[in-house]
Design a protein around this ligand. Sequence first.
Ligand code: PGA
Length: 229
Amino acid sequence: MIVAGNWKMYRGPELDGLRGLDAIVCPPYTRLRECVDAGLTTYAQNVHWEAEGAYTGEISAPMLLELGVAGSLVGHSERRQYFGETDETVAKRTRAALDAGLKVIACVGETLAEREGGETEDVLRRQLSVLEPHPSLVLAYEPVWAIGTGKTATAAQAQEVHAAIRAVLRELGGSAGAELRIQYGGSVKPENAAELMAQPDVDGALVGGASLDPDGFAAIGAAAVAQRP
Ligand code: PGA
């Protein structure tokens, strides 16, 4: 089970409440060092594909590694929706980060219009087709309609799509693809975390809003441990 907390562009909690936490934190860049120094497994929220260059506002894998950062999110739907992230840039960021020695959580998921138009599997197939299996790559299935909306996918909906993702991965990448771990994300809370993570193809959670509350986040981490230590 892999649980990660995405603090987005929020400062995030004081770290005292997170001591001993068995989960990944993805703070804003300004708190990366503080989280690393506190002994937390720390990921960035994004990473560029070049090691350095004239790319204002971006950060590179070597820069993150120098800070002691262990990995990065890539392709979060908010990057895709608001900042022009495409499947191609997601692929470039993912490949460069993995090559540099970072772990990556790559996010995929359909919008409400895509789901209602029956396009969920096609969208996922397109998003997954640019990602090559790698031992340090984890996927996060985050239906866009469930992010920050309070509308969680039901455990059955999550399981159905996770199983479909695994089938697509097997088709695209053989057994290496089928072995990738897949987190669910989208309004995961202490109240629904256990049921979601009890699904056979759900290997953890990517938690946004609820990860800002240390007690709630710790409860989700505990639910993961209880499920599959
Ligand atoms: P949420 O966000 O838990 O607030 O819905 C999840 C995410 O965006 O990773």
